[in-house]
Write a protein that binds this ligand. Sequence first.
Ligand code: KIV
Length: 280
Amino acid sequence: MFQHKTIQSLQSKKKRGDKITMLTAYDYPTGKILDQTGIDIVLVGDSLANVVLGLASTREVGMDEMIHHAKAVRRGVEQALLVGDMPFTGYQLRPEDAVVNAKRFIKEAGCHGVKVEWFEHCLEVTENILAAGIPVMGHVGLTPQTAEQLGGFKVQGKDADTARQILEHAIALEKKGCFSIVLECIPAKLAQLITKKLSIPTIGIGAGVHCDGQVLVTNDLLGLFDRYKPKFVKQYANLMTLAKEGVTQFKEEVEKGRFPDADHSFSMNPQEFERLKVKR
Ligand code: KIV
């Protein structure tokens, strides 16, 4: 129904001024829903740690868990570009592990590329992954894996000096060869400036409307995560409430002996049942 998404088709969208859509997925059904609605990029985000595994920080999720979930998403995605999010322990802890781990996303999980967050050795790591032939998406502004060093989970680049730094990070990543860059939690004006300066697409989250595309964590968008809700999240559905209603109804019907009814049970030929009773 939708055309296969490629790095080139994203680039064309930017040129035409058509918006790019990206959402996260961590399992087969979500991958399938996103794919069938024509979302351009499906990101197996390390937000897996918070919204699916119930952990406190994205730093707590490891490569094996990311690959396990990426493989499940892959089975549901046919047309979208699939990007694996490099977890903190996969490249920031020991930058020399980055290429081996990026290759795992491609070879084991069938991803088309990987995403890396800005950190001290980001340019070197990006260069090495690209040299291995793996497309890289950058991520600047608020970078959750190193949020403590940025003063916590707050808007970045509000003054000219820090804004210039973020702009320089984005330009440096484009020069290295990234195919796209996520801009997280920065003022809309700064995101607009970066978007104009770069020839590769920018994907914003909490970065205003002028980015080339937008990303949200799917579990936030669908109301499947209620531990906290950043200001930039818009909830488009409340699946948690719907799920609770369904589960409550099941519980009541079982307790009252109303489920399963005849429509959900199997019958047996009465003669066979008689034969069974006689033999006993
Ligand atoms: O892990 C994630 O979900 C992300 C997106 C918010 C961009 O990095």
